[in-house]
Design a protein around this ligand. Structure first.
Ligand code: ADP
Length: 610
């Protein structure tokens, strides 16, 4: 297959806006618009293939009649032109059309269309906020992004490759037969009517069965994803020989729904066999009757025989195409439930980029209760001067993580504003906002890539030396080089398991600190960033951390108060509000919330390493 055909359409260059219209069919059509000329070539070549096929059968019938009536010694001289033309059609035209048809449908259209939809779905999904992703299961989301490309493509493929072919074949057959004798069209029309009724009964029921089947598959996948991603809990709380009832019931539901689909297929297929034999008996019987009564020639009987055999084969093909269309539309609809949602946080078309002057951060009467009546933040006010380092402390559930989530615009606040250098972060370009900050969190996420790629993630401009320097600052260089004692720098090429599971919590935190050091953004957010480190390593890192923070605006959440005692100010959060702000000394002197927390940690059971 010449390579030239695979370069005809570049799906990655054609992605503009992913369209998410209400109906599944209009979704498919609007997102395939950029491929319309390729789709047109596919459809036209399918139609041409069908025309050639019917013509061949018609020609065979005509030839039989000629052979019957032409004396044997005159066959070549009389029929030379027609025979030569037919040979050329068979040897040149038919293979050429078949090539264009197959190559365009299967090489140009299908792979590109799958990639086009998948890639644009992926780009669309990525635009959603982090908050949106927290509500979706990532395994299911990934399979839906993959699936939507395949199923949307199958819809169009079934129409232009199969349906166009079959409908053309049927229409031209009908026309040719009616041209020979109007009575020959009658069995074909009756057959088409019965076929239509069969489909009208079978297809919607098949679709319902198929939807149940898809649904059962999705449920099974999500249960498995949930099980595997929470394997520790599963192992701890269940016995090996005891099946989890929910998982078992999902497996059974998948089985039953699959049986339902298969049972229906049997019904449909047997119905098709009955119908095709009806056509054979009706059409050939009619042709023989006409021949016997002198109204048709022998060639017509032969053509009727060939046509009815081909048509009944094709009717099955058409049914497959229609069930494929229904099934794929169902699968597309299912995938669109998450992939097709409009992006929850969008930039206004004229949104300006954030103009950073000193990275001052202000929370102005911010309320965010995650759509509930209580919880979250409630009239939260806080201002950080440019370059100020502020710690947030307070009991669990007080709203500290919500504060940093809103600053990173993982959600838009339900009330109030978050400002950076006087600009409301909800009104500036999200990309420009993200560039201003780095965060290191307690449950640090690392990608399933090499250590080097993780540390340098998002920085295409850095070399290995910078990566190593950052790793040294985060006290993780020795660990990395120790991974490959034979070739220390190869340690940086070690691939981390999914979510960094092959590393300890402390190693993961140090890697993500190294990543933050390298990114070097003006606002630095630490959410329990050193909680998994032992005191000794933490003490070593704190020096590097304070040095790194020197020119940055910092918000740090920490339970271990010793780590934040040197911050410029400390804000105590309780029930979604700031209840105390001041320096460590001021707050201790005040003998309020902070002093109580401090006493508890220094003298009590918690974190007495302070
Ligand atoms: P902290 O970080 O101080 O422990 P959080 O900011 O995580 O507190 O939580 C503050 C409150 O908001 C809690 O009552 C919590 O239940 C609620 N909350 C946090 N995240 C969500 C969420 N994604 N959806 C709904 N409620 C949430």
């Amino acid at each position: 297959m010449p390579k030239i055909l695979s370069g005809l359409f570049d799906p990655f260059a054609r992605v503009h806006a992913f369209k998410t219209p209400a109906s599944t069919l209009s979704f498919v059509l609007s997102n395939m618009r950029s491929m319309r000329w390729i789709i047109a070539v596919c459809a036209i070549s399918s139609i041409c293939s069908a025309l050639i096929e019917v013509w061949l059968i018609y020609y065979a019938g005509w030839l039989i009649d000629q052979l019957v009536f032409t004396p044997k010694d005159q066959v070549w001289t009389t029929l030379w032109d027609e025979l030569l033309l037919a040979a050329l059609a068979l040897l040149v035209l038919r293979p050429a059309v078949a090539y264009v048809n197959e190559a365009f449908n299967d090489v140009v259209f299908r792979p590109s269309a799958v990639s086009l939809i998948r890639w644009s779905a992926h780009k669309h999904v990525l635009k959603n906020s982090v908050g949106w992703f927290r509500d979706e299961q990532s395994g299911q989301l990934a399979s839906r992004v993959r699936e939507v490309g395949v199923s949307a493509t199958s819809v169009i493929y079934a129409v232009v490759h199969n349906l166009a072919y079959v409908l053309t074949y049927f229409a031209v057959s009908l026309w040719l037969l009616a041209d020979v004798d109007g009575r020959l069209a009658v069995p074909l029309l009756i057959w088409a009517g019965l076929y239509g009724l069969h489909m009208a009964y079978a297809v919607p029921r098949f679709r319902d069965n198929y939807a149940r089947f898809e649904n059962a598959k999705t449920n099974l996948t999500s249960t498995l994803v949930d099980t595997y991603s929470n394997i520790e809990t599963i192992k701890q709380f269940t016995d090996d020989d005891q099946d989890d009832p929910q998982t078992a019931s999902r497996f059974k539901a998948a089985l039953h729904s699959f049986e339902g689909v298969q049972r229906f297929e049997v019904y449909i297929n047997v119905g098709m066999v009955v119908l095709s034999n009806l056509l054979l008996v009706g059409l050939v019987g009619c042709a023989i009757y006409l021949w016997q009564s002198g109204d048709a020639m022998l060639g017509t009987v032969a053509a009727a025989l060939a046509l009815s055999t081909r048509l009944s084969g094709m009717a099955e093909w058409m049914l497959d195409a229609i069930t494929e269309i229904y099934g794929s539309l169902g699968a597309t609809r299912e995938a669109l439930q998450s992939v097709g949602q409009p992006v929850d946080l969008t930039d206004a078309s004229d949104a300006p980029a954030l103009k950073l002057t000193g990275a001052a951060v202000t929370f102005e009467n911010v309320t965010h209760r995650y759509g509930k009546a209580v919880g979250g933040l409630d009239g939260f006010d806080l201002a950080l001067a440019a370059g100020e380092k502020l710690a947030l402390v307070g009991p669990s559930g007080a709203g500290k993580s919500t504060v940093v989530n809103l600053l990173m615009r993982h959600f838009d606040p339900e009330g109030g504003r978050v400002l950076i250098d006087g600009q409301d972060i909800a009104t500036v370009k999200q990309a420009s906002l993200r560039q201003t900050m780095t965060s290191v969190a307690q449950d640090t996420s690392l990608l399933n890539r090499s250590i080097r790629d993780n540390i340098a993630f998002g920085r295409h401009d850095v070399n290995l030396d910078s990566v190593i320097a950052a790793a040294k600052k985060a006290r993780v260089h020795d660990f990395i080089t120790g991974l490959r004692p034979d070739d220390p720098s190869a340690g940086y090429d070690t691939v981390i398991g999914e979510r960094g599971v092959r590393l300890s919590g402390g190693q993961r935190q140090r890697l993500s600190l190294a990543r933050a050091f390298l990114r070097d953004a003006p606002i630095f957010i630490l959410d329990e960033a050193t909680s998994a480190l032992d005191s000794e390593v933490e003490a070593e890192i704190l020096d590097a951390l304070y040095a790194f923070m020197a020119d940055k605006t910092v918000i740090a959440i920490a339970h271990r108060l010793s780590t934040i005692a040197h911050m410029d100010r400390i804000a105590v959060v309780d029930q979604g509000r700031v209840v105390e702000v001041g320096t460590h000394q001021q707050l201790l002197a005040k003998r309020g919330h902070y002093a109580r927390l401090w006493d508890k940690q220094v003298n009590g059971l918690l974190g007495n390493d302070a």
